[in-house]
Design a protein around this ligand. Structure first.
Ligand code: NAI
Ligand code: NA
Length: 396
């Protein structure tokens, strides 16, 4: 069928299998163009189908010839109905990996559940015996707790008082003021339950209990800090509490891994257009100004550039991993550069519906958003009938 983008609010209801496949190919080409990394060999990526997790899987496989198992939660296609983009991304990844002679299997289901953990552990045990890198890259609005069965919902709210600032509807380009009511204690606890470190620790405990972590294994989860402009709604808001918890969990996990010489890190990544970040108020306006400046400075990166740099220049250099005073890996270093942030802050005061198209990179935002769903990708023929019923080769 002919597939076009169909928008509803911050989501796109359709996705293009050929566009998603081209996105994956482009990421693979990028990683290959940067040369080999003396990196991981057997990798588990939790949240492997889109965003930073997909880039982590691609970098491991095509930068270091790693065997990969990817866990994700995506919608399968049905006749006349497209799959979610992560499904098509994973199908394309598996196909490319197998063509390159690499082991790749995928598990589709709720990573927070005991069932999916057991399935993943069994697959590692049967096929790889152990893993030497575990990437934790989940972004989810909900988590059903595996012990209590309580359904926790995360929120994106300020803490302590209401917050008012500018935001943009990136579809219409309309810049307006938004006020967000402060979180309750329950909101905070729920957000920490979903996006904090408990599930990461559960994964590592389960892997370790079954002796599935290799000697010297590394695990990495992703965090964000950002500037003071967004801190009320991000780092000092409910999601920030979850990130505090995730970052603290890295130390707990590192202690548990001492006997196998294992390491646990949080990597602080750059703000990028993903399905997760598009739903956060204020952030899209910040990103559109940030992109403009970083592109002008020639220091703009997407998820694949970020993760290739994480592996090649932080994790697998052969020297100790450089971290900040709080033990975190920083690949948000270019975003946080003083000159970059000073310019964003200046443009922020000038941003209106009228000025944004010229002072910000609204076009870049929109095009990145559409490309998450496989649209507006070069070298894809959108007039051609596409097959929506794509299967994932290595689905367990
Ligand atoms: P994303 O939405 O692109 O990816 C989320 C992944 O999690 C997908 O593979 C999805 O299938 C999977 N997933 C969601 N719920 C699941 C479940 N219940 N079971 C199994 N898989 C599930 O998100 P993105 O942006 O790549 O985020 C990944 C991490 O990176 C998050 O921790 C996020 O906070 C962090 N991060 C994101 C930044 C951004 O600007 N997008 C910046 C810095 C960090
Ligand atoms: Na991800």
């Amino acid at each position: 069928m002919i597939i076009e983008p169909r928008m509803r609010g911050f989501i796109c209801l359709t996705s293009h299998p050929d566009g998603c496949a081209q996105n994956v190919k482009n990421q693979i080409e990028y990683v290959k163009s940067k040369g080999n990394i003396n990196g991981p060999k057997k990798v588990l990526v939790i949240g492997a189908s889109t965003g930073f997790g997909l880039a982590s899987r691609i970098t491991a496989a095509f930068g270091s010839d790693a065997s990969t198992i990817g866990v994700f939660f995506e919608k399968a296609p049905s006749t006349g109905k497209t799959a979610s983009p992560g499904w098509y991304n994973s199908a394309a990844f598996e196909k490319e990996a197998h063509a390159a002679g690499l082991y790749a299997k995928s598990i589709n289901g709720d990573a927070f559940s005991k069932e999916i953990k057991e399935k993943t552990l069994a697959t590692i045990k049967a096929d790889l015996s152990q893993v030497d890198l575990v990437i934790y890259s989940l972004a989810s609005p909900v988590r059903k707790h595996p012990d209590t069965e309580v359904l926790h919902r995360s929120t994106l709210k300020p803490i302590g008082g209401a917050y008012t600032n500018k935001t943009v509807d990136f579809h219409t380009g309309n810049v307006s003021e938004i006020s967000i009511e402060p979180a309750t204690e329950e909101d905070i606890a729920n957000t920490v339950a979903v996006m904090g470190g408990e599930d990461w620790a559960m994964w590592i405990d389960a892997l370790k209990a079954e002796n599935l972590l290799a000697e010297g294994a590394t695990t990495v989860a992703y965090s964000y800090i950002g500037p003071s402009l967004t801190e009320a709604v991000y780092r000092k808001g409910t999601i920030g509490r979850a990130k505090d918890d995730l970052e603290a969990t890295a130390f707990t996990i590192a202690n548990k891994l001492k006997d196998i010489n294992g390491k646990a890190y949080v990597s602080v990544n750059k703000a990028l257009v993903t399905q997760a970040s598009s739903a956060i108020p204020v952030i899209p306006l910040y990103i559109s100004l940030l992109y403009k400046i970083m592109k002008e400075e020639g220091i703009h990166e997407g998820t694949i550039e970020q993760i290739q740099r994480l592996y090649a220049e932080r994790l697998y250099t052969g020297s100790p991993v450089p971290v900040d005073e709080q033990g975190r890996i920083r690949i948000d270093d270019w975003e946080m550069r003083e000159d970059v942030q000073a310019k964003v802050a200046e443009l922020w005061t000038e941003a209106t519906t009228e000025t944004l198209p010229s002072i910000g990179d609204l076009a870049g935002y929109r095009s990145d958003f559409l490309s998450l769903f496989g649209f507006e990708i070069d070298n894809v023929d959108y007039q051609k009938e596409a097959n929506e019923l794509v299967e994932i080769e290595g689905l367990v």
